[in-house]
Write a protein that binds this ligand. Structure first.
Ligand code: TYM
Length: 344
């Protein structure tokens, strides 16, 4: 069954390697620690065992009002950060979504098989449109998860490494792939999300019940921030009045978040890191977290600046990635057009 799907899915450069696709939005001046621990570190490991496609998804970024100059700048910085984090163009196809027309083309086909009610149930739209009210949000923000489904399905991805907040979008993607295949014949691979335990949902340092997000800077650790800024935010992280370092996400969410960050950055288990602070207070824990974050983030920031200082090379990597991506995704979109009875 699987072999049949794959044969029909086509386009594999090597028969057995799994395909991976993921994306990240260029909606901030810097990625944050949640992006890295929830998703990007998996991107780096997966490129050794998979045929990987990684996108800076700028078409997703325009679903909210965006200044064109700022978007171009952030797209470049995002791309440079991926390289700095170890996403390697010799191993993975790294590209900018808007340079690959197949995404927008397939998104339209997918919109035409998505129910309005089904799209209305996406909780991220509800969250993101809450501030301005749903009637002021763009239709693009509403259909955004369908573009995400197209991103994934265009590459016949088996696995999609993401943080916990993307689970519902992955469910929609699976439903759309199955629906398309049932109506029009086996065309798409039904992908699996890969959501790592441990740091799948890094919390905001000021509101540890919320996820870390660029929209709340005081609780967000940005990878391109200075050492001083990172340390200050960690020292100010909200904890509790219990006063004992223990891993209890319900009663002590702030402390649990710090322990999760430390465990993830030092490749340790939660019991191991918790054990290190037996008998010490929150200050010692925060100091260790600050050291771990700073020693991870500062070299990433330096490497990002180096990539940005060589725009010609960055352009070459972007253009080469886009060409490779379009070759794969364009072929799949052609299959989908044909399956739906479009002449093109
Ligand atoms: P985005 O750009 O918001 O986030 C990029 C990745 O970071 C993860 N993430 C987190 N993980 C743990 N804790 C957090 N606090 C945290 N905040 C963000 C996200 O889960 C994501 O994996 N819709 C996607 C982008 C996208 C995409 C795709 C992803 C577009 N097309 C295709 C996968 C496949 C998004 O907005 O991610």
């Amino acid at each position: 069954m699987r072999a049949g799907v794959l044969a029909r899915a086509g386009g594999r450069q090597n028969g057995t390697m799994q395909r991976v696709l993921s994306g990240i939005q260029p909606t901030a001046d810097s990625f944050h620690l949640g992006n890295y621990l929830g998703a990007l570190r998996n991107w780096v490991t997966l490129q050794d065992t998979s045929e990987a496609f990684y996108a800076v998804v700028d078409l997703h970024a325009i679903t909210v009002p965006t200044d064109p100059e700022v978007l171009l700048e952030r797209t470049r910085t995002s791309f440079a950060q991926l390289l700095a984090l170890g996403v390697d163009p010799a191993k993975s196809t790294i590209f900018v979504q808007s340079q690959v027309p197949a995404h927008a083309e397939l998104a339209w086909l997918m919109q035409c098989i998505t129910g309005f009610g089904e799209a209305s149930r996406m909780t991220q739209f509800k969250d993101k449109s809450a501030k301005s009210g749903a009637s002021n949000a763009s239709v693009g923000l509403f259909t955004y998860p369908i573009l995400q489904a197209a991103d994934i399905l265009a590459y016949s991805a088996d696995v999609v490494p993401v943080g916990e907040d993307q689970r519902q979008h992955l469910e929609l993607t699976r439903d759309l792939a199955q629906r398309f295949n049932a109506r029009f014949g086996e065309t798409f691979v039904v992908p699996e999300p890969l959501i790592l335990k441990g740091a799948a949902r890094v919390a905001d340092l000021q509101t540890p019940t919320a996820k870390m997000s660029k929209s709340a800077p005081p609780g967000c650790l940005e990878l391109l921030e200075t050492q001083q800024a990172l340390t200050k935010k960690i020292k100010r992280a909200v904890t509790d009045s219990v006063g004992v370092v223990a891993y209890d996400p319900q009663e002590q969410p702030g402390v649990a978040n710090l322990l999760e960050i430390l465990a993830a950055l030092t490749n340790s288990s939660i019991p191991e890191v918790t054990g290190q602070f037996a008998g010490s207070g929150y200050g010692a824990l925060k100091g260790a977290v600050a050291d771990a974050v700073v020693s991870f983030a500062v070299p990433v920031a330096t490497a990002t600046r180096e990539y940005l200082a060589d725009p010609a090379t960055l352009d070459d990597i972007m253009n080469a990635g886009a060409a490779k991506a379009q070759a794969v995704a364009g072929a799949k979109v052609a299959d989908a057009y044909a399956a739906m009875g479009l002449r093109r």
